[in-house]
Design a protein around this ligand. Structure first.
Ligand SMILES: Cc1cc2nc3c(=O)[nH]c(=O)nc-3n(C[C@H](O)[C@H](O)[C@H](O)COP(=O)(O)OP(=O)(O)OC[C@H]3O[C@@H](n4cnc5c(N)ncnc54)[C@H](O)[C@@H]3O)c2cc1C
Length: 375
């Protein structure tokens, strides 16, 4: 196999977004190496919510990063449509966060978020019933985020893959990378069990499996844990909800094709992707509690995926200390779909335009004083 100028290991939403962005900025001779099939792991399993104000600690650098990435979505959707003809179904109907009991934690969140300048409305049960008549009458009140959206992540993956195929970015599937090759303090390429591929720059975008890659004979020193998320889907005959709806028990995400996704569990069970009866039952009853009309509806699909989670639950994006030509983009945990556009831009800024990483998500935070050359 050839040697590449840019070699991306991992073909999920992060790896594919980086490949596209590098190409758009003039990068050439780009390869994506994927252990299994491109876009079939966490990025495929996701619900596609783009919810910076629900998942992140407000006012934090992470929250700002999430918001900036969200703001890139309208342009990204347009561009991908033009580049590939694929519509990624960006839906800006907004997101409800509902309370089904009398606790006033939503009011506390509301007060804090208003202070932090978040665009959020406190909505009464009658406002909710008007907007979403199928939501249970037992709803007490809620928050509504007009600017928290969703996208069809599987179409996004399809569009990113198509972009690569149309633009000479080479994708290799069934290509599990075992280790990085090091020569004179520089990464010179990657190794599978029986081949070596040379590279000028290597980007590790291997999601939940990142810690399994070997570097200089040791395990990768950034600890990424898989966190399993199980989901189910209904496809009711009528469109029951328009917006994404969260509660403390879980969430519902209506898709354009009529499916309602219900998620998700959060489990520390290693790399096991089995779907359990217990989780399916729990998700089912969560859905029925929120939308009683789903009682008796057929579950048309169920699946699980592994979220890549770091110790501090923040992503790891940036240059790997000690190796100037090794970059990491992983650990996106619950927000990888949301964060893919900005992650790709930040990596391309660095690799193409030499802009240093100025965010606090650098891999060095896990390495302490140790330089990579000594691990
Ligand atoms: C149930 C669930 C719901 C979610 N919902 C949302 C949501 O609504 N919104 C949101 O923003 N995020 C959501 N997420 C999180 C999101 O899916 C992830 O953060 C994101 O997909 C991570 O992208 P990735 O490209 O890093 O990982 P992945 O999509 O897992 O891709 C990594 C790729 O690397 C490949 N790989 C690994 N090791 C190697 C190797 N050694 N050699 C070659 N290839 C390798 C893998 O096979 C895989 O294809 C959800 C996740 C789950 C599981």
């Amino acid at each position: 196999m050839n040697s590449f100028d840019f070699l991306i290991v991992g073909g999920g939403v992060i790896g594919l977004s980086i490949a596209r962005e590098l190409h758009k900025r003039g990068g050439r001779n780009i390869g994506v190496l994927e252990r299994g099939h491109v876009g079939k792991e966490a990025s495929w399993a996701a619900a596609g919510m783009l919810s910076p104000d629900i998942e992140a600690d407000l006012g934090s650098e992470f929250h700002r990063f999430c918001r900036r990435s969200l703001e890139m979505y309208p342009a990204l959707a347009e561009e991908l449509k033009g580049e590939t003809g694929i519509e990624i179904e960006l839906d800006r109907s907004g997101t409800f966060c509902l309370s089904f009991d009398d606790d006033d934690s939503l009011r506390e969140i509301y007060a804090r978020q208003i202070e932090d300048g978040v665009r959020v409305d406190l909505v009464s049960s009658s406002d909710i019933s008007k907007a979403e008549p199928s939501i249970s009458q037992s709803v007490c009140e809620g928050l509504f985020y007009q600017s928290n959206w969703q996208v069809e992540n599987r179409k996004l993956l399809q569009a990113l893959r198509t972009y690569c195929e149309l633009n000479g970015i080479r994708i290799f599937e069934s290509m599990p990378i075992e280790s990085l090759m090091i020569e004179s303090g520089k990464v010179s390429g990657v190794e599978t069990a029986d081949s070596r591929i040379g590279a000028e720059n290597v980007v590790i975008a291997t999601g939940a499996w990142t810690s399994l890659i070997k570097i200089a004979g040791s395990t990768f020193p950034v600890d990424i844990k898989p966190v399993r998320g199980q989901m189910i889907a209904f496809k009711p005959e009528m469109r029951l909800i328009r917006s994404v709806v969260h509660s403390s028990q879980g969430y519902l995400v209506p898709k354009r094709d009529g499916r309602i996704l219900v998620g998700a569990t959060s489990e520390d069970v290693g790399f096991d992707k089995v779907v359990t009866t217990e989780a399916v039952e729990r998700l089912y009853s969560t859905a029925v509690k929120m939308v009683p009309a789903l009682d008796g509806a057929e579950i048309v699909d169920s699946w699980s995926g592994l979220r890549p989670c770091t110790e501090d639950k923040l992503p790891v994006i940036g240059e790997f200390p000690g190796y100037k030509n090794l970059t990491v983009a992983t650990g996106h945990y619950r927000n990888g779909i949301l964060l893919a556009p900005l992650t790709a831009v930040v990596i391309a800024d660095n690799l193409i335009d030499n802009v240093s990483f100025r965010y606090a998500f650098a891999p060095s935070r896990f390495l302490g004083e140790t330089t990579a050359a000594s691990v």
